[in-house]
Structure formats: structure tokens, C-alpha cells
Ligand binder design. Structure first.
Ligand code: MSP
Length: 462
């Protein structure tokens, strides 16, 4: 994934269950993916960035029943809510896919037919436990005190069903992992995938009884297609499956949370291999935002609403906090005081202050703003880290550069030397280019005739 001639890439978020409004956890995946997509655009890469909603599942039917609305009306409303939330969070997607979209239904059924023809799908009897909260089947041995490992309720099901035959695909995927040790970021997540694969892996049950909601199994409308089989295929629907476009061929980065690692790192590659489609290139796996030591979730009542935060503080502090903490190495306790403090220290104290200090001197001396001056040292380092999707390293480099520019203002007593100040401002413009993915609104602010503070300090608002 870090070939320098990479000119087209696909960046995706998981598609969200729209049974409830987005919370800080969902906002996190969205913000990271959006920032990464914008970074790649700064590098001149042709990016296709997709997100959307995962609608064909039982939890949606359940949620719609509780509102009394027909399921389709309910999902239409929820999809709109998600789009509005994404607008507020400045998520600049190229496609918002809904799994009820016609092209998606077609591509899911086409994949099914293809696998059936190749002998990867067979009909049998399913007996096991289904958790609606996880939309996942569990075997008896994997239950913990009669519940799913996530703590969710399960129900015993015994029904005719279709299965995806894993058989020899397993070996092929193990070989793929051998040849692609950098498949996951962080790198060690691949170990989990390898050990999961090496277990006695059952064929995957890929159908459910048709209760009037979901994508029908081709030629057997007593069944609908299992929601994860359907949802994963969204990633190729957006690339015009079956004629996969350049974005799939160029490079594919899926951003996901750790809870959905095996679906993306095992079942999805298996489906792709079975279909003779190139396996995705990179899984970027982040951990969770927790609140009071628990994963944030509706059932636990510990949800933080990202839109509330944006209303109080604007969108920049939240985007900044998600980028800075990024959760690629460990879970993070979502701490609003830390969010405020880090925004004030870094974004305002270091970055915005740097821009303002220089701009004010230019204003005072009636000097026209210099055009961008590049700093090859920092730019090549940052570009390399972007290509390796190392968000923490990009963060550190941005602020190292920022600190150096602030020091130069002092060293060169720039306030007494407007032409030195102008050169520093030119370099700062190059730095700003790398900050716009995090703070998309600064571009417009930079068009101002007069010096403006890009941000001002925020204060805790109860
Ligand atoms: N619909 C499936 C994904 C299908 S993709 C083919 C799904 N949806 S979800 O709405 O439950 O989760 C979407 C994303 O939000 C996941 O990446 C998940 O990890 C992330 N988060 C949900 N709660 C989270 C936290 N508390 N913290 C960080 N991210 C977490 O799974």
C-alpha cells in the first residue's frame, strides 16, 4: 500500500447500523477515514471515499417496530439523520451507500449466484444461537453464561439455511497472510486473524428466514441473505461490481473498529478469494472509545453524542481529538476535559497562534502574503507517514514543524524583519496544507484579507 505510484485508492468506513443516531464511536471511524482521505488528496492521489448504512438486519426491524413506522420509512428517516450528522462532522464522502440501494441488491445477488455456480454455496440445516445485537451466529461452546461473548442475549435457532463453504479457501488466505505481513495496521492484528483461521472454522451460515426484510436469496425467496454477507459486499458495489473500477484495483483501505475484525479480516477476504477478486490491501483497526471503563453503547446508557459536542465547541475540537488520540494502539477514555485541553494547547496555542503571529506582522507592514514555500524535509517525511497510514507519526511531525516555525519567529525576530516574516509565512502555508484535512474550514479562513485567528480557546460548557 505504500507504492509511490499509487494513483487511485478506495477508503471506506464500515457501514453503520442506523437503528440509532451516531455516537462518538461511530463518529471516530468516520473522522479518521475522512482525515485520511483528505491527506491522500493532499498527496495528489485520486481518492474514492465511501461510507453508508447497513439496513438489512433484524435490529432495524426491531427498532422500527418500536417506533410504529413501516421499516422502509424508518430507514429512510435514519439514513437522512446519518447524512445530516456526517455533514455536521464535515465528512466529505464520495458515496453514501445504503444496502437498500438497487445497485447494491444487484451486486449482492450477483456475488451469490457466482459463488453458487462455483460450488461455494450449499443448503443445509443450521442449529445455533443468534444474537440480534451483534447480528452474529454463535455456537454453544462460544457462549458465556448462556449469552454471546459480548454479553448480548441469544436465541436458539434451528432452520434450513444456506452455507458458504470455506474448505480449501482457508489455505489460500493463510498464504495471503504469509505474503502480506502488513495487511493490518497495527501490524500485530494479523496474528489474531491467523490464529482465528487456524481454528476449526465452520462454514458460514449465510441466509436467514425471509420475514419480509432483506435481500432475497436468488431463486429461493423463502430466504434472505445474511446481513454480514450483504454488508461486506458494499465495498465492491461502490466500485461498480462486477466491472471493478480503478479504485478497487489501485488500493483499498478499510477503516474498522476492533469488534468487526474477523468479519473484515477473515470472512471478507475469503469471499473475495472465492469470487476471484483481489483481496483488499489494508485493514486499519482502531480500538474503542470507552466511557466509565465500558465500551460506549446504547444498551449501557453511556453514549456521548458527537453532535452535542459540535454544538458546544464547533467541529474542530472533536476532529482534532479523534485524530490526536486515534485509538490505533489502545482504547481511550473519552474525556471532554482532555479534549478541551489538547485543542487549546496544540491547535490554538501552537498552530493557530503561529499563523496569527506571522499574519499580523504582514498586515501591519502592508505586505502581500507570500505564496507557499515548501519544506522538503518535513513534507517528504509527512508524505511517507501518510502513505503508511501512520496517523500518530503524522501528528508528531506536524507539531514538530509547527514548533520549529514558532522558534524561528523568535530567533529571527521576525516582527522586526517583515521580509523574513514573509518567508516564514510562505512555509507556514505549506504546513497549513497538511492541517486542512483535520480542520477543513481553515481553507476559507485563509482567504480573508485581514489577519484572523484560525481558532480561539474553548472552555468547558456543562
Ligand atoms: N454494520 C456493521 C458494519 C458492517 S461493515 C461491512 C457495524 N456497524 S456499527 O454501527 O455497529 O459499528 C460501526 C463502527 O463503529 C465499527 O467500526 C465499530 O467498531 C465502531 N464503533 C462502535 N462503537 C465504538 C466505540 N465505542 N468506540 C470506537 N468505535 C466503535 O458493526
Amino acid at each position: 500500500m505504500n507504492k509511490s505510484n499509487q494513483s487511485s485508492i478506495l477508503i471506506t468506513t464500515p457501514i453503520f447500523y442506523p437503528n440509532d443516531k451516531p455516537h462518538v464511536g461511530s463518529a471516530h471511524t468516520l473522522i479518521l477515514a475522512d482525515i485520511l482521505a483528505r491527506f491522500y488528496k493532499v498527496l495528489g492521489t485520486n481518492v474514492f471515499f465511501t461510507t453508508g448504512v447497513d439496513e438489512n438486519c433484524e435490529k432495524i426491524v426491531k427498532a422500527s417496530l418500536s417506533t410504529g413506522l413501516p421499516t422502509k420509512v424508518f430507514v429512510d428517516n435514519m439514513a437522512e439523520n446519518f447524512k445530516k450528522a456526517m455533514k455536521v462532522l464535515e465528512i466529505n464522502y464520495d458515496r453514501f451507500i445504503r444496502t437498500t440501494d438497487e445497485d447494491h441488491k444487484k451486486s449482492v445477488q450477483a456475488v451469490w449466484r457466482n459463488l453458487k455456480e462455483k460450488g461455494f454455496i450449499y443448503k443445509g440445516q443450521y442449529e445455533g444461537y443468534y444474537s440480534v445485537a451483534d447480528e452474529t451466529f454463535f455456537s454453544k461452546s462460544s457462549l458465556v453464561n448462556g449469552k454471546a461473548p459480548t454479553g448480548a442475549e441469544v436465541r436458539l435457532e434451528k432452520e434450513d439455511a444456506y452455507f458458504f463453504k470455506i474448505g480449501t479457501l482457508k489455505e489460500k488466505l493463510l498464504n495471503f497472510f504469509e505474503k502480506n505481513p502488513n495487511f493490518t495496521s497495527p501490524k500485530n492484528r494479523i496474528n489474531e486473524l491467523q490464529s482465528f483461521l487456524k481454528q476449526d472454522l465452520n462454514d458460514l451460515c449465510i441466509s436467514r428466514k425471509n420475514n419480509g426484510w432483506g435481500i432475497e436469496v436468488p431463486d429461493d425467496n423463502k430466504f434472505v441473505i445474511y446481513v454480514w454477507f450483504d454488508a461486506l459486499i458494499n465495498y465492491i458495489t461502490v466500485c461498480d461490481y462486477p466491472n471493478l473500477n480503478n479504485f478497487w484495483q489501485g488500493g483499498v483501505i478499510h477503516l474498522i473498529g476492533k469488534d468487526i475484525l474477523t468479519f473484515h479480516g477473515v470472512y471478507w477476504p475469503l469471499l473475495l478469494i472465492a469470487n476471484d477478486i483481489k483481496v483488499c490491501d489494508k485493514l486499519m483497526v482502531h480500538n474503542w472509545w470507552i466511557s466509565n471503563e465500558e465500551k460506549m453503547s446504547k444498551s449501557k446508557g453511556n453514549i456521548i453524542d458527537p453532535l452535542d459536542l459540535v454544538e458546544k465547541y464547533g467541529v474542530n475540537p472533536l476532529r482534532f481529538y479523534c485524530f490526536k488520540e486515534n485509538l490505533m494502539k489502545h482504547d481511550g477514555n473519552f474525556d471532554i476535559l482532555k479534549l478541551i485541553e489538547s485543542f487549546n494547547t496544540f491547535a490554538v496555542g501552537k498552530f493557530s497562534n503561529l499563523v496569527f503571529r506571522l499574519w499580523v506582522i504582514l498586515d501591519r507592514n502592508n505586505i502581500k502574503k507570500h505564496k507557499e514555500i515548501s519544506n522538503p524535509y518535513f513534507e517528504s517525511k509527512i508524505n511517507n507517514e501518510i502513505k503508511k497510514q501512520n496517523l500518530s507519526e503524522v501528528f508528531d511531525l506536524l507539531f514538530e514543524w509547527c514548533d520549529i516555525l514558532n522558534q524561528k519567529i523568535d530567533l529571527e525576530t521576525a516582527w522586526k524583519n517583515p521580509s523574513a516574516c514573509n518567508l516564514l509565512f510562505g512555509e507556514t502555508l505549506s504546513l497549513i496544507k497538511y492541517f486542512t484535512p483535520i480542520f477543513p474550514d481553515i481553507e476559507a479562513k485563509m482567504h480573508s484579507e485581514k489577519a484572523v485567528m484560525l481558532f480561539t480557546k474553548i472552555e468547558y460548557t456543562p
